[in-house]
Write a protein that binds this ligand. Structure first.
Ligand code: SP5
Ligand code: ZN
Length: 334
């Protein structure tokens, strides 16, 4: 299996995040990549597909914000990472602000996703890795893996959040559509609901978005991922959510997965993209499912049995020591 990764993805190193009212060490560390690389084959550097495929998903004003936020923060006399403290919630409208703090609120959905000095560079090459993986599959590979980090599925058309800045899987899906694929299915098996991906394709009939995740009644990101969310307009019926209770183990997980896979079969996609997060792992420090290392091989085999060309995009997973083995276990069936 071809695996794509660019060393510049390691340049993004926020120091800390706001958690339960306190500052804690940032969970989404570059060490996650080291754990995965120890367990998998050699990686290939992606070629540069340019900013076009990124701009096909994210708004120009948001990309401009991402590129300049860290410098604007420093120019405002601040040290450390850029992080917001005020949010417009339902009153968001396209005003032009003169303060970095106003833009941080305008373009983010949480206070646990800081912008560090090299965040844009890392996010850019990260997106190139995702595009390279889907490009390999469009070129005839049965499957490919993008070792994405930072993750992407919480980032919307014009907002960051959940350790995510650019939505790697949405960029890959749109790239595939623009390359002529008629129908693309996205299956999100990260512990957290992929709210950004859902928002991006909410009104789209050509992209099916299906997510299995911790019930947002109890878990981040709270405001999306409930089972009555089905999309709108052309997208009606093309968003499907399977919220699962804390404590979910492999047997109940597979029942929901079988329903998700049957919806994918009915959709008859040309291509499958998977948001893979290993934060469903029993020992994950920020999550509450009971999935074990050997279970990832079962989940991978269930999905691989669809027999679809598949690009796998890395999302979360914070039990660093086990992350490589869990990821390799999932990838083995492809
Ligand atoms: C891609 C992904 O898995 N994002 C998850 C974002 C969850 N953020 C909210 C949970 C906050 C947990 N903070 C843990 C701090 C550890 N130092
Ligand atoms: Zn997650």
């Amino acid at each position: 299996m071809r695996i794509f990764f660019d060393e510049r993805q390691l340049l993004h190193v926020p120091a800390r995040e706001l958690h339960n009212g306190d500052w804690t060490d940032y969970a989404e560390t570059p060490a996650r990549v080291g754990s995965i690389r120890k367990a998998i084959d050699a990686v290939l550097a992606p070629r540069d597909f340019g900013e076009g495929p990124i701009a096909a998903v994210h708004s120009p004003d948001y990309l401009d914000f991402l590129k300049h936020a860290a410098n604007r923060w420093r120019d405002a006399g601040r040290t450390g990472d850029a992080i917001g403290y005020v949010w417009p919630v339902v009153r968001r409208r396209p005003l032009k602000f003169g303060r970095i703090d106003a833009d941080l609120g305008q373009y983010s959905m949480d206070a646990s996703t800081p912008l560090a000095a090299e965040t844009w560079t890392a996010a850019y090459w990260n997106a190139q890795s995702a595009i390279a993986a889907v490009d390999a599959v469009l070129g005839g590979e049965r499957s490919a893996f993008a070792l994405c980090r930072p993750p992407g599925h919480h980032a919307g058309p014009d907002y960051l959040g959940g350790y995510c800045y650019l939505n790697n899987i949405a960029i890959a899906a749109q790239f595939a559509i623009d390359a002529g694929q008629k129908r693309v299915a996205i299956l999100d098996v990260d512990y957290h609901h992929g709210n950004g991906t859902q928002d991006i394709f909410w009104e789209r009939g050509d992209v099916l978005f299906i997510s299995l995740h911790a019930d947002p009644v109890t878990d981040y990101p709270f405001y999306w991922g409930h089972k009555d969310e089905h999309g709108e307009g052309d997208g009606t019926g093309h968003t499907l959510n399977f919220p699962l209770p804390r404590g979910t183990a492999i047997d109940a997980y597979r029942v929901a997965l079988a329903n998700a896979l049957s919806a994918i079969r009915t959709f008859e996609p040309d291509l499958l993209l998977i948001s893979f997060g290993a934060d469903t792992f029993a020992d994950d420090p920020i999550s509450f499912f009971q999935i074990h290392t050997k279970d990832y091989a079962v989940i991978g085999a269930d999905i691989a049995a669809l027999g679809l060309p598949t690009a796998i995009i890395m999302e979360g997973g914070y039990a660093v020591d086990a992350l490589g083995e869990n990821t390799a276990s999932f990838l083995a069936s492809f």
